[in-house]
Design a protein around this ligand. Structure first.
Ligand code: NAD
Ligand code: UFG
Length: 360
């Protein structure tokens, strides 16, 4: 029996694969590598000393996806695959709706066909729109302010409808707050394409000298110092939350929603200060106009995940900054050129093995 991880080569997916392997799960990974490198998976194999199968595959291709279910005895699916850039989603909404929604529908159809009905889905705190107050609990009203957010809302609805139609499904909707940081080895981490949209990768690229200075989007919000406040969560804590959700599913059907956050909010200036302290690098910044669509303050009430999953985020903000910096400083160009892409194109069911196997 194996766990299928869609989008497993990506930032959160690769960290989750690592924790799954460490805890003894068998995994199969599918990813079309549109926003990631298969090199991340080779490093996961390196760190864990485990092998697993990787399919370079687009979830939009339902037939190809079926071949994975034919070959493997899949018991549960963790579904990370999706496009995630908020700004881009405003410019190319159809691409976002098509990719994120149709790929999820395809996945559920194939799961249904093979009688696999355990699904963990990557949702987002973005589904709370602009919350009335904080901390945000799962019961807050839902709304979205951009096409990306709407894909998450629509998919959540689709999955709730699916459960209504068939009560044997077990579905966890995990609403992530702001994942940052990297595995403590510094060998896997977040590797954004081009100029980062998100705060932490922007800061680490300023620290390494790739970007000149950080633009701080607004300093007139009703927060501790006027800059935006978010609930930053270490990506390893987030990964572990998925394993807790899998545990819960093993003896429980239903659709359950969980906030995965720390319950603490930090402002942009507080993040800069924490990063500077652990990295001993100065982060030059300037205050610019607020970014359109940003909410002033967002942090989780994560008590439901604690009470029902037995999960709490344990890693604090300085460790998040330190791990993000270790990853960036050890990998100034991220994963670099991906030799596994051609390898995986020749062989769609590539076995990902540790370093020596692939180094040419
Ligand atoms: P990521 O881009 O690093 O990973 C997503 C992966 O999905 C990528 O490897 C990409 O190549 C793959 N993918 C996209 N479309 C695909 C398709 N049609 N078929 C196969 N593979 C496909 O992003 P991430 O940060 O790891 O995010 C994982 C999930 O969590 C996403 O669904 C994202 O929307 C959600 N999420 C992320 C954040 C965040 O801040 N990182 C916050 C909330 C929710
Ligand atoms: N910020 C800056 N300068 C930057 C980037 C960000 O000042 O260059 C500020 C933002 O204004 C915000 C905070 O830093 O106050 C965090 O911004 P991010 O872009 O890192 O994160 P967001 O909260 O805007 O959004 C992220 C993901 C969304 C996801 C959401 C909730 O990008 O996809 O977290 O999980 F929905």
């Amino acid at each position: 029996m194996a766990i299928l991880v869609t989008g497993g080569a990506g930032y959160i997916g690769s960290h989750t694969c690592l924790e799954l392997l460490n805890q003894g799960f068998d995994i199969v990974v599918v990813d079309n590598l549109i926003n990631s490198k298969a090199e991340s998976l080779r490093r996961v194999s390196d760190i864990t000393g485990k092998e697993f199968k990787f399919y370079k595959l687009d979830l939009l291709d339902e037939e190809l996806l079926e071949t994975v279910f034919i070959e493997y005895d899949i018991e549960s699916v963790i579904h990370f695959a999706g496009l995630k850039a908020v700004g881009e989603s405003v410019n190319v909404p159809l691409r976002y709706y098509y990719n994120n929604i149709i790929s999820t529908i395809n996945l559920c159809k194939v799961m249904n066909k093979f009688n696999v009905k355990n699904l963990v889905f990557s949702s987002s705190a973005t589904v709370y729109g602009t919350p009335d107050h904080v901390p945000i609990s799962e019961k807050f009203p839902l709304s979205a302010m951009n096409p990306y957010g709407r894909t998450k809302l629509v998919i959540e609805d689709i999955l709730r409808d699916l459960y209504v139609s068939d009560n044997s499904w077990s579905i966890s909707l995990l609403r992530y707050f702001n994942p940052i940081g990297a595995h403590e080895s510094g060998t896997i981490g977040e590797d954004p394409n081009g100029i980062p949209n998100n705060l932490m990768p922007y800061i680490t690229q300023v620290a390494i000298g790739k970007l000149k200075e950080l633009n701080v989007f607004g300093n007139n919000y009703p927060t501790v110092d006027g800059t935006g406040v978010r609930d930053y969560i270490h990506v390893v804590d987030l990964a572990l939350g998925h394993i807790k959700a899998l545990d819960k599913m093993s003896n429980h059907s239903g659709v359950e929603t969980f906030n995965l956050g720390t319950g603490k909010g930090y402002s942009v200036l507080e993040i800069i200060a924490a990063f500077e302290e652990v990295s001993m690098k100065e982060i030059p910044y300037k205050i610019v106009a607020p970014r359109q669509g940003d909410v002033p303050i967002c942090y989780a009430d994560a008590s439901k995940a604690q009470n029902e999953l037995g999960w709490v985020a344990e890693r604090e903000i300085k460790l998040m900054c330190m791990d993000a910096w270790r990853w960036q400083s050890q990998n100034p160009n991220g994963y670099g050129k991906d030799t596994l892409i051609t390898e995986s194109e020749k062989n769609p069911g590539l076995i990902i093995k540790s370093k020596d196997f692939f180094v040419s």
